[in-house]
Structures are given as structure tokens and as C-alpha cells.
Design a protein around this ligand. Structure first.
Ligand SMILES: Cc1cc2nc3c(=O)[nH]c(=O)nc-3n(C[C@H](O)[C@H](O)[C@H](O)COP(=O)(O)OP(=O)(O)OC[C@H]3O[C@@H](n4cnc5c(N)ncnc54)[C@H](O)[C@@H]3O)c2cc1C
Length: 727
């Protein structure tokens, strides 16, 4: 039941948006409250926006006038807690799917609910793609990709959203709109938002004039960085509209709503080769990465991606049938690099391979270096690499959470910094932690499992993270978030990373300028709470072993046929986890409430097609869970019927005797042929609900009515099953 301002907001917004698209019930607010991070906030109101952009404008105008905060949601695959809220959640994922392609295919305009892969599918026939390439690209949507400045294995900092942005259509917190690709829109904005543009320009001038700050920004954005706002916009551009739109990249829904983005497309070279190379240890592998990176910068080699997987990472995938058997035999130090090079034709590709092989000759490797051009073979390697994080999540202890961190180091310190990271795992007892990631960009993810249900464990996590922050951001001058966004997870550490007060105060000035009332995704990026990273942690209670391994990444969602109708597989799992938790804690009434709400959205509308398992990196089949739940329900219903029969056995027998006698009487009057025709027609009309009549049906027997008492005296459950079978 909504209270106060939210009730009023609901009343007013439901006059412009159909109530069918607005959710305030327990089930939907919890289901949509979940993203892929280890944080949870439950929204009071979820709105699935329909007709872009008028509905977003209405929502923002109303929320602004009532001072209620709003968070935008694309695919909800974010990992830092930036796609959740306890206020109003605006879900754009069911609409906003238009696109336009320029005549020469050099630009593509995309609405925010297309997935990155859908955009690439549009571009594929022209050998083009969008720049950003997160591993989550099949599920992640353009709005989230741009708002997080997501990147991946190949795009680095050269082809990310920041670098490939052409223009944007935006909706601001007060409902006003701007199209940076349209001169008349810009002219109008100048008239209505003159002071805004003046202050924006002033922030940029102050930044450029502050030599120390300017140098820091230049240095920090030489590597991937999504910790805080994209301050590089302040020094890279002079035009206010360029500054403005580049600040939106990586702003995680805290500055404005992206209604459309136009990207410059990039070439998608088809001639590719990949090698999985096994180095003797992590230091050797990191040194090889540094050498590759420097050679690439000097234009001596062409390499598109270098991904590192440490021994623990390799172990988590060594049983995959696609992986070579010999990996299992490696010692504990072996570290792999997955390298890809792409060329304009096959001949050039061969040259590039040769150059890479020569470059790597000096390093100690466990197997001969072998580049494959076989599409099936390298596609499998990359698929496995992309699924590494969820795969690790799947081997965690049930009930624990899997955490993925996302740091970047300057390439020169990569080996030392990585060794220190491994030491920190040992110091804090994270024995299972593993490292993998976009080594060419100095961008590593480390993954570990964490129990947030125990206070001591939360303290351990906090101590570990403090050491990580000091090592990454202070000692090695790296980025605390390279591509996943600051969210709630790193908000408390932005000042540590950026040092001093200047950079952070610029970020606060930016936030105040765009969102003076702090209504857009509050708590994300700018958050004064030093403990924000330890609050609103999400538990992962066990529910059913069919789905317990799920890390709620959301990769399943685009494949699910009920996605747009009711719930997605991830959401079904979330609700089942909650029902199990409530049941375990004895909160049965609340659990029942969820169960009732879940019946249609969760059970009846699941197609049980198992398509979700094809997208899930660990093949979780939520369809199986539904079948299991349906079977359980049938069992319960059958038991109830059987128990009723047992409790009223003489009435049942009398009824059956009457039925059999009546059938016999009518049979003797009509004869077998007519009786057969009439009963089968009646049966057909009733949809097979009337039992099939047969001329061999027995006559009613004489029954000992004490039998009912005997039945009652015996164990009901087993007898009821027996009686049901007999009947
Ligand atoms: C298994 C796994 C692997 C991943 N791998 C990578 C990777 O390789 N590289 C990487 O960078 N990330 C990765 N991620 C993180 C995540 O997938 C990306 O950041 C992705 O781009 C988020 O997109 P989304 O559609 O899920 O956005 P959401 O999570 O829905 O939203 C992201 C942010 O954008 C805001 N937002 C959404 N739509 C709009 C809009 N229209 N206007 C303004 N703001 C908006 C939201 O409020 C939120 O702050 C991974 C995640 C998972 C679970």
C-alpha cells in the first residue's frame, strides 16, 4: 500500500500512463528491484514506459514537482548497484527499440532498449559494429551501455561510447529535452537553459585552468576509468553541447535520460585468429601483456584483444568439453592469455600472426603458441571467456554472493600490481578468488564469493576492499572501476581515487547543475555515506537446486518468451528465493502472499521452453523449476481431493453407486449403440470432463460401510493415494 506522496504520484501518473504498466505490488516491485549487482533496493513504484518519450517526460515532470526520485532501468545487468532504487523505477526495456542507419552506414541512431547485440545484428551485413563490446552485450541495452560507458575485450578506450558518440537526444530531470544532433533544438536549449550552459562552460574553464587537475584527468583517462563522472569531457571539448553529451556517458542515470544515441560505427573485420597461450605464471603473462601493449602503441603489431585468465580462472572452466584436456594437468601458477588479431584479409592476418609469435618468443610458455582461424574453435574460446564470471558464480557455496571487482592499472605496473592483488587475497582469506580480464587495457576483474549474512564476513569484506582501494588507486594510481561504473559500490572511494578535493568537488558541481534537487538515481556516484558500499546488500537464499547457482546476471532475459508478458527467468528465481527465505523464517503469511501473486506471472505463464538455459552461462533451466513447481501443485491438489474422498467415503460410494445404477438403467432402455453415441457426444461437448462410458461398466456392488471408518483409521496420505489410483 503506497503512502503519502507516492500515493499521490500514482494517482496522478496513472491518468497519463495505463495502470497496467504501473506496478506497486510486492511481486513486481521485488522482481524489478533486482539487478545483477549484490545490492538490493525495492522500488515503491515500477513503471514500464510505453510510448517514448512523452511518458518519460510526464514521469520526470511529475517527480520533479513532487520531489520524488527516479531511477532508469535498461537490462539491469549492472554490477555496482546503479540500476536499483527504493523510489520510482522507470523500466524502458519493453519499448524504445527504434533505430536509424545513415546512408553510408557510418552512423547508427539507437533507442535505449535495443541490446548491444541487436545493434550489431543490424550492422553486421555492412561489416560494421558499435564500438562498445561488453561481455554482457547479448543482454545489455544501449541505454545501460552508454550510461555506464561499458566496454569490453576489444574496444578499450578507443572505441567506447565516449569515443564513438556522435549525438544524443536527452530528457532532463525537469522534463526538458535536447537533441544535440539538431541545430534548432540546440538553439532552443540555449534560450531556455542559458544559465545552465554558462555554468557548464565555467566548470570546464575552471578545470582546464587548474593545471594539476587537468594533468590528473589526462593521466587517469589514459586507462579505462568509470570511477566518477567523465571529467575528460571538461578538457577534451570546448563546445558546451559536446561537453554536455560526453558527461552523460558514464553518468549512470544521474544526470539525464538518454532517449536516443547516435554512434559512429566501427569496422568489423571478418578475418580473425585467436590463440590461447599458457604462460608459466601470472608475472610472465603480465610482462607479455606489457610488451604487446607497447609494441602495439609503436605500431609494430596488430592486436585486438588480450584477455588474461589466472590458474583459478582456468580451473573453473577446465571441465568444459570445449577446453583442451591438458589444462587439468597444469600446476597452480600457469596463467593463460587469450589473444585475438583481426585483419583486412587473410594474407595480412598471416603476417600479423607471425609478428605476434615472434614478439612472444622470449616468454616461457607451457605449450606451443598456436593461432586458430577456425571460427568454431575461437568462437568457443571467447564464449567460454565471456561466461567465466557467471561460471565462477555457479561453483560458489549456496547462499553466498559472488562479487566481481573491476580495476585497471597503468600497463607499466601491471605485473607488480597483479601480484600484490593476489597477496591481498591471501591476507584476507579469499582463497577461491580468481583474476581475469582485459589485460591489454590493464583492466582486471577479480571474483570472489562472500557471505553477507554474517557480520564478521561483512567486516572482512570491508577490510579487504579498503586494502584493494589503497593498492589500486593510491599505490598504483589505477582505476577502481574500469568499466562497470561507480554505482553504490565505489561511491565512497571516489575521493580516495581522485585525491584531494578538486576533482570530486567538480563532480559535485556537475551533479548539482544537472540535478539540483538530487532526484536522478540518488546515492549513485555522488554519495556522502562512507559506508554506502556496505548497505542494502542482497542475500542469495537457497530455494531449489535447479536454480540455486543463479547469480541473477540477467543473460536469460532476452530469450524468454514471457519476458514482455509477465516475469523473466531471473525474476522467477528472485521470487522463489524470497518465498523460500520467508518460509524458512516462519513468515508464512507473507510467503503465501508471494505464492498467490506468483501463480499467474510465475507458474502459469512460463512456457517451460528452456530457452533461458541456452543463454545462461551455467545452463540454468528455469523452465525445469516451473515444471517442478507445477508437479508439486498437482501433488498437493491430488492429495487434497484424495483426503476429501477419504473423509467422505460413504457419500462418495453412494454417489458412485447411484451413477452406475443410473447408467445401467439408461443403457437397458436405449441399447448399447445409442448409449455409446450419446455418451461420446456428451463427453466431446464437455471437453472430456464427463467420464467415458463402456458397456462393460460393472453394476454397483453391495458395500460394507464400516470400510470408511477403517480407512480413516489408517494413515491418510498413503491410503488416499491408493484410493485415488483405484478410483
Ligand atoms: C556477467 C556479466 C558480465 C559483464 N561484462 C561486462 C563487460 O565486459 N564490460 C562492461 O563494461 N560491463 C560488463 N557488465 C556490466 C553490465 O552488463 C554493463 O555495464 C551494461 O552496459 C549495463 O547495461 P544494462 O542495459 O544492463 O543497464 P542497466 O543495468 O539497466 O543500467 C545501467 C545504468 O544506466 C542507467 N540507465 C539505463 N537506461 C538509461 C537511459 N535510457 N538513460 C540514462 N540512464 C540510463 C541506469 O540507471 C543505470 O545506472 C557485465 C555484467 C554481467 C552480469
Amino acid at each position: 500500500m503506497l503512502e503519502g506522496k507516492y500515493q499521490e504520484f500514482y494517482k496522478q501518473i496513472s491518468q497519463t500512463i495505463s495502470e497496467e504498466r504501473i506496478f506497486t505490488d510486492k511481486l513486481h516491485t521485488l522482481a524489478y528491484g533486482t539487478d545483477a549487482s549484490f545490492y538490493r533496493l525495492i522500488p515503491k513504484i515500477v513503471i514500464k514506459t510505453d510510448t517514448p518519450p512523452q511518458q518519460v517526460v510526464s514521469i520526470l515532470e511529475l517527480a520533479n514537482s513532487m520531489e520524488l526520485s527516479v531511477t532508469f532501468r535498461a537490462a539491469g545487468t549492472s554490477l555496482s548497484g546503479q540500476a536499483i532504487t527504493d523510489s520510482i523505477l522507470v523500466v524502458t526495456s519493453r519499448s524504445f527499440r527504434d533505430f536509424r542507419l545513415s546512408d553510408d552506414k557510418s552512423e547508427i541512431s539507437l533507442q535505449p532498449a535495443l541490446t548491444g547485440q541487436e545493434a550489431n545484428n543490424i550492422l553486421a551485413p555492412f561489416s560494421k559494429k558499435i564500438g562498445p563490446d561488453p561481455a554482457s552485450i547479448n543482454a545489455a541495452m544501449i541505454g545501460g551501455i552508454a550510461a555506464n560507458n561499458a566496454s569490453g575485450m576489444c574496444c578499450g578506450i578507443a572505441d567506447n561510447s565516449y569515443k564513438t558518440l556522435k549525438s544524443m537526444k536527452l530528457i532532463f530531470q525537469d522534463g526538458s529535452r535536447l537533441d544535440t544532433g539538431c541545430e534548432s533544438s540546440k538553439a532552443e536549449f540555449r534560450k531556455t537553459h542559458g544559465d545552465f550552459l554558462k555554468e557548464l562552460k565555467q566548470i570546464a574553464i575552471d578545470t582546464v585552468n587548474d593545471e594539476e587537475l587537468r594533468a590528473k584527468i589526462e593521466r587517469k583517462f589514459k586507462i579505462k576509468n568509470t570511477c566518477g563522472y567523465s571529467l575528460n569531457a571538461l578538457i577534451d571539448f570546448e563546445d558546451e553541447f559536446e561537453i554536455l553529451q560526453h558527461l552523460i556517458i558514464g553518468s549512470e542515470g544521474t544526470l539525464a535520460f538518454i532517449e536516443e544515441i547516435t554512434y559512429k560505427t566501427v569496422e568489423d573485420l571478418k578475418d580473425k585468429a585467436s590463440a590461447l597461450i599458457y604462460f608459466k605464471n601470472v608475472k610472465e603473462a603480465c610482462n607479455a601483456v606489457t610488451k604487446i601493449k607497447l609494441a602495439r602503441e609503436a605500431n609494430k603489431i596488430t592486436v585486438d584483444a588480450v584477455e588474461l585468465m589466472d590458474r583459478a580462472g582456468l580451473r573453473s572452466i577446465e571441465n568444459d568439453p570445449a577446453m583442451p584436456e591438458f589444462i587439468k594437468e597444469f600446476d597452480n601458477e600457469v596463467t593463460a592469455l587469450l589473444i585475438e588479431t583481426r585483419a583486412i584479409n587473410d594474407e595480412t592476418l598471416d603476417t600479423q600472426i607471425k609478428e605476434l609469435e615472434t614478439l612472444l618468443e622470449e616468454f616461457e610458455v607451457k605449450r606451443d603458441i598456436y593461432f586458430t582461424k577456425d571460427v568454431a574453435e575461437y568462437t568457443l574460446y571467447w564464449k567460454i571467456r565471456k561466461g567465466l564470471f557467471p561460471a565462477v558464480g555457479a561453483v560458489r557455496e549456496t547462499g553466498t554472493t559472488v562479487i566481481i571487482e573491476d580495476v585497471a592499472y597503468p600497463i607499466e605496473v601491471l605485473a607488480d600490481a597483479t601480484l600484490e592483488l593476489q597477496e591481498l587475497f591471501k591476507k584476507h582469506g579469499y582463497k577461491e578468488a580468481l583474476i581475469f580480464g582485459h589485460a591489454l587495457e590493464g583492466n582486471f576483474h577479480f571474483v570472489f564469493t562472500q557471505d553477507f549474512a554474517i557480520e564478521e564476513e561483512v567486516k572482512r569484506y570491508d577490510a579487504f576492499m579498503n586494502d584493494v582501494v589503497n593498492s589500486v588507486a593510491v599505490k598504483y594510481q589505477g582505476s577502481l572501476k574500469a568499466e562497470h561504473g561507480t554505482g553504490r559500490n565505489m561511491a565512497a572511494f571516489i575521493e580516495v581515487e581522485w585525491g584531494g578535493k578538486t576533482a570530486y568537488s567538480m563532480m559535485k558541481r556537475i551533479k548539482t547543475l544537472f540535478d539540483p534537487k538530487e532526484l536522478l538515481n540518488p546515492g549513485v556516484i555522488i554519495n556522502d555515506d562512507a559506508q554506502a558500499h556496505l548497505k542494502n546488500l542482497k542475500a542469495m537464499p537457497a530455494t531449489n537446486e535447479i536454480v540455486d547457482k543463479c547469480i541473477e546476471c540477467g543473460f536469460c532475459e532476452p530469450t524468454c518468451p514471457s519476458n514482455e508478458l509477465t516475469l523473466t527467468p531471473r525474476q522467477r528465481i528472485v521470487i522463489n528465493r524470497e518465498i523460500s527465505r520467508l518460509t524458512r523464517e516462519g513468515k508464512l503469511d507473507e510467503a503465501k502472499e508471494y505464492e498467490e501473486l506468483y501463480q499467474y506471472d510465475g507458474i502459469e505463464t512460463c512456457a517451460t521452453c528452456s530457452l533461458c538455459s541456452t543463454a545462461c552461462p551455467v545452463k540454468i533451466d528455469t523452465g525445469s523449476l516451473t515444471k517442478h513447481l507445477r508437479a508439486e501443485q498437482i501433488d498437493i491438489r491430488a492429495n487434497n481431493i484424495a483426503n476429501k474422498i477419504v473423509d467422505n467415503f460413504s457419500t462418495t460410494l453412494t454417489g458412485m453407486k447411484f451413477g452406475l445404477s443410473s447408467a445401467n438403467i439408461v443403457h437397458s432402455i436405449l441399447g448399447t449403440a445409442s448409449m455409446q453415441t450419446i455418451t461420446s457426444t456428451l463427453r466431446e461437448w464437455s471437453g472430456n470432463k464427463i467420464p467415458k462410458w463402456s458397456p462393460y461398466l460393472p453394476r454397483p456392488a453391495k458395500i460394507n460401510t464400516n470400510f470408511e471408518q477403517q480407512l480413516k483409521d489408517k494413515k491418510k496420505l498413503s491410503i488416499s493415494h491408493h484410493v485415488l489410483t483405484v478410483l
